[in-house]
Structures are given as C-alpha cells and as structure tokens.
Design a protein around this ligand. Sequence first.
Ligand SMILES: O=C(O)c1ccc(O)c(O)c1
Ligand SMILES: [Mg+2]
Length: 612
Amino acid sequence: MRRSTATVSLSGDLISKMKACAEVGFDGIELFEPDLVVAEESPAEVRALADRLGLRLELYQPFRDFEGVAEADLEASLRRAAAKFALMNSLGIDTLLLCSNVATAVTDDRATAVRQLSRLADLAEKFDVRVAYEALAWGRYISDYRDAWEVVQAVDHPRLGICLDSFHILSRGHDPAAIEAIPAEKIFFVQLADAPAMSLDVLSWSRHFRLFPGEGAFDLPAFLAHVLRGGYDGPLSLEVFNDVFRRTDTVRTAAHSLRSLIWLEDATYGLLAGDVAQSRVSHLSAASEPTGVNFVEIRAESTDPVESTLLQLGFRFRGHHRSKPVRLWTQGAARVILNEQGSRDRAPWIAALGLDVPDPTRAVERARELMAPEVFRRNQAGEQPLEAVTAPDGSEIFLCPAPKDATPAWLVEFENGSEPTDDIELVTRVDHVNLVHPRSSFDEATLFYSGLLALDITTSTEVASPIGLVQSRVMSSRQNGVRLVLNVGPDAGGLAAGVLPQHVAFATTDVAALARQARERGLDPLPIPTNYYDDLAARFGLADEVLEGLRSLDLLYDRDEKGEFLHFYTRTIGSVFFEAVERRLSYDGFGAPNAPVRLAAQHRSTVAGRLR
Ligand SMILES: O=C(O)c1ccc(O)c(O)c1
Ligand SMILES: [Mg+2]
C-alpha cells in the first residue's frame, strides 16, 4: 500500500519536508494547507517538485466548518470551496479533507447537512476532485465516524466519501469494528496516529500529544486490520500533531515516522492471518526476542574508577582483549566491557549493550528492514563476528548468539585476567539497564526497542526530582530476560541539564551480604536519608531490627502483592552508576517509590556537592 505522511507531522518548511519524505522512502504526502500558505513556492512549483521527487500529493487538508450552517452562509462556503478546488487542480491533488464542523454549525438537523454536502459534492465534480469527510472528535454535531458515515451514505454521491482518522475514533473509545461494513470505495482516506493515555480535553490531546503508531496506548494494528478487512486499498497516512516532532530534525523524524508505519503494517499482517487482506501489507522478518543481557560496554577516557567500583562489587578482572584496548570484568552472567577507544575527554557512559537473541541473523535482518543504522565494526581474524545497530541515542545494540553453558564464545578473546577465587559470586546477572534519552528521541527510542526486539512497554511513570520531573518507561522481554528502563530528564537549559545518569542494575541473591562485602572493600554507597527509613516504618510496619539492617547498609525497600525488593546504589562515576537488586518471590517492579529518594540523593552528592 502507498505510504504517506501529513506535512504537519514534521518540522521545517514545505520544501524540506517534501525532500525528507522522498529521501526516506515515503510514496506520498498529505499537504497541510498552512504549510502551503506560508511557502514562497507557487502551487505549480510545488507540484513540479513533487513530480521530480516521485512523491504523490495524496490529499489537501483541512477544509473546515462547512456543513450544518445557516442557509445564508452556504454560498460563501461554496465560494471558499471552489477556490480550494481550483488550487487543488493546479497542485494536481484529487482529494480534499473536510473536517466536521466545529464552529459555525447552527443545526444538528441531518437533512440540512446532507443537502449542503450534496452541493459541495456537485461542486467537487465540476473540478474533478472528491471530498473525504472526517468526523473530528470535538466536532459540534458530528464527532463519531459512524455518524459521518450515515451522512455520507445519505448524500450518496460518488464525489463524497469518508476519511477515517484513528485518533478521532480511538480517543473517544468508539468501536472501530463498524469500519468493516463501510464499502472500501467509500473510504477515501485513512489517517493513522497513536497517542498516550491521558485525561485531557480531546482537542489539546490531539493537537499536541499524538504519537506515531506503536508509541502510545491505542491499538493501531487492530484498527488497521478493520480498515483492511473491509477492502480499503488507498494510502496509509500518518497524521501526527506533536510538539516534539514539530521541532526535531526533519529527515530523522521522517525516518522515524516511516519506521512506525512499517512496524504497523507488520503488526497488522500478523492479525490478518488467513484473510485475503493480508497480502496488501508488508511484513518483517520475525522478531528474535532477546533472552538476556550478553554484556554492557562502558566507555570513557579512563575507565579506572569504574573498575574500582566493579572490584568492590565482587567482579573479577577477566583480562585484556587481545587486539583492542578493551578490558572485561565479570561476575555470574554479568559481563562488563570497559573500552577506552575513541573516548577522549569523556567521562564514563554506557556505550553499548549486547543482547542474547535466539537468531542474530534474523534479528539483524529485521533491524535493517526497520531502517536501523548498522554499526560498522572491524573484525579481526579469529574474532567472534557480532552485528550491531545504532539506537536513537547513539548507543550500540549488539545482537549476540545466546551463550552455550553460560560462556559467550568471545570470552576467549580476553587474556591475562586474574585467577578465580573461592569467593561466592553474589551477583548473578544484569537485572536491568536504565538508559537516559533526550526528550527529542524518547518516543523514537520506545518504538526502536519495541519494534526491533519485540520488547513490551510495561509501565510509564513520572518521578519527581530536584531538577524536574523525570519520565520513565519500562520495556521488557516476555520472560524478563531483558528489561530496559528509558528515562527522559528535564529539558536542556533547565536547572541541571545533562546530569541525569544512566545505570546498570545487577541481580543478586543476597543484597545485604553484597552491600556488606562491598563496604569492606571500600565502597561508599549512595547515602540514603533517615527520613526515608521513618517513612518506610510508617508504610510497611517493618520490625525495628529489619529497618535498622536496611538503614545501616543504605538499602532501599519496596513491597507489593507479588513480593519484596531490596536494593542499593553506588555513587555516580561520570554518567554511570550501578545498582544491586534482590528480588524476593515474584516481585517484578523496579522500586518506583524509591526513585525520587535516589534522584534527590544523587542531586545532593553531585550538583549540590559541586556548588558547596
Ligand atoms: O486538529 C485539527 O483541526 C485537525 C485537522 C485535520 C485533521 O485531519 C485532524 O485530524 C485534525
Ligand atoms: Mg485527521
């Protein structure tokens, strides 16, 4: 099917939007009128550019406030429409989007709307164009696509059809199933947008917070399946009004939006199994769902302070890489690679993640199909070849074969490590990794991880911190083998831009023993205030000695109906810190109530510390 986006989904001027859409591979665009009105180029020039770029101008939009008006106002509206139809003729656009009336309708009398829309359809015929009628969720009298369809049916004119916009339908909780009963030739256009769950008036929600499919709370695959089962074969067009995307890089956002459509077609393909409609959408190589974290790579000009902390946490030095300035530390199945290449003047940060996937070749193929940039990596003879793609924040995601008997094949490339000791390894594996994204790539990152790796978005929360609200989204593989937490901090230019650190959380079977051992080895954990323990006592009624045990080790605690969670944090080194977590019974959260305590403590020990 043809893939399209509305120019309103992107930043920039009309020409750069058109070039970006062509460059990333869209077939066409919806021309949003305000983009044309402010442009310097004539309609003929815009048409010529579209031709040259191989981009179809699929739709002109929006035309507003037409039906249900006082009879005296109708002629003026028809004159307005004639001017736009003539403009569409010079642009070479055959479909106009008409939004249901939000402002000038004076009657909800259907017969009036039908009569007036018939006049519009007759006029459209003279210009050889057609009108796609869209029920806006906040329309004055028509706000439900089923009502718009009734009106279109009553008009019964080949030049009038319906435009279905997933936002208006799903935001109001209207059942999209009735779409299947609309004859395909009467669906003139389909617009796709996701959105986060919010309790906000629907107009503000629509104008500022729409998301690309797969990034919000709506079930877009189910929606599109209804559209396709009915036989629709026209363009699929993204129409995403979003304050962030309107100011992010045009080409990048165009690629991000096309990725969302490719993802959506694939997810819908799955739902259409056994239906003739299935052949109309493309599909991807199946996701190779990750089962575990193979390694975490931390880069810095000097990784020495990270090594000291790992040593205190019980990690063992496993040696230098035989051909690169790279070192390996491990404990249980947790593997941390420290890399000083290409990191001049940089403090430690999480530069790469290796994930175990059942089928690395297929995983890379899917990543390629989803337009993920591949990482170029020089492999020396005898080295395990690993494939990687770049995530939206620049970190590298390696797709690794799951290690047999808990030892990845690449381990032999590290030499001259320290000998194993008799110490019990208290850390068993990486529990989760917390990555910090700029706001501009947060939603893109969500789709990137969920689309490539089939991670599920399990929870989204906001955490208060002294420097502002931190948005947090948890993404996990089904068996919890991989859990990523994506955070976005307060905007740059705020109180402390860039200070939000990333972290790696290690799973342990005995967090108190690990905390004690680490202290004996010199670890100075992130200090937790007494007020926190007073609050814990009030909330959970813990015995005094339990509370004292927690307090003396700076351990944090959480409990829910599934189990208990105990954890502590190291100090931050550059932009990285570590956490140790003990999950009891089947607790599967992240100690969310403790996150503000952690952020405040980090603020005290970094920013405030520097100012003092
Ligand atoms: O917000 C609006 O006015 C508006 C305009 C055109 C659309 O297609 C739409 O879905 C919303
Ligand atoms: Mg719309």
